[in-house]
Design a protein around this ligand. Sequence first.
Ligand SMILES: C[S@@+](CC[C@H](N)C(=O)[O-])C[C@H]1O[C@@H](n2cnc3c(N)ncnc32)[C@H](O)[C@@H]1O
Length: 285
Amino acid sequence: MAPDALAAGAATDDLAAIADAFTRTAAKYDAFAEDHPHLSRMRQKVYATIERFVPAGAWVLELNAGTGTDAVQLAQRGFRVHATDIAPGMLARIRDKVARDGLDGRVSVQECSYLQLDGVEGGPFDAVISDLGGLNCTADLGRVARGVERVLVPGGTVVAVVMPPVCLWELALVFTGQFRLAMRRLSRGGTRAHLEGRWFTVHYYTPRQVLAAFGPDYERLTVEGLAVLTPTAESKDLAKRHPGIYRTLARLDDGVCRHAPFSRWGDFFVVVLRRRLSATETVAP
Ligand SMILES: C[S@@+](CC[C@H](N)C(=O)[O-])C[C@H]1O[C@@H](n2cnc3c(N)ncnc32)[C@H](O)[C@@H]1O
């Protein structure tokens, strides 16, 4: 997500503004991802995590699927994906990719908010995923979690990639005088973001807040920082201009990302939860 101006703001979801902003930016969103080795590395790490915790061939509900980069990748890796989003322009790009790659039988597409999962078609699903900060567009993670409960099989997996308040690369911008950008994740009640002429609030969450939203019916399988020591996904340049430095940072990043406090920091963190089989299932110590 690339807000180009920031201001303190309200804590409600601005669904129409979000849908419109992402519709307007859909083509740019895909263009920005081209020739972006750092973003590709970040996505590959997410796919590795999904393949580690979600059984091969599983039926996956993708929330905030964007332009369908992950839906296509996961389908090509053998999963069946129901891709949902609220931005018609993003959904149109998924449909184009599905047709282009002949994935009709493996990817279905639906305009659906993750705040209204009772309207989702199909299911119950073996896994629910949300990549690259889509869940940061809501102030009400609890409502998402309650919706997921309705569409996820007991024993199913949730993989969420969420932007946390602490991002070392952004905090370091203090030293360049960009105080507002450096501190934006720390403001209470979210940060107003401006995208394609539309304003909406972005909410930064800790892993603990995500776990609390899903509650005791879910077991935590892992929490890992994503791009903790490497730059944010917004940065294309370092990996391309200084590949040696980037490779070193990436190695260090891989080394620390599963260890606290780094697991809670980064441009994003990846949290994997498993829905318990029943309320009586033993809670892991
Ligand atoms: C930063 S993009 C991430 C897209 C995609 N997951 C990816 O990895 O490229 C955020 C997406 O969240 C979607 N989104 C925001 N609020 C939503 C909601 N309430 N329900 C469904 N999608 C939503 C936006 O339309 C946008 O496509």
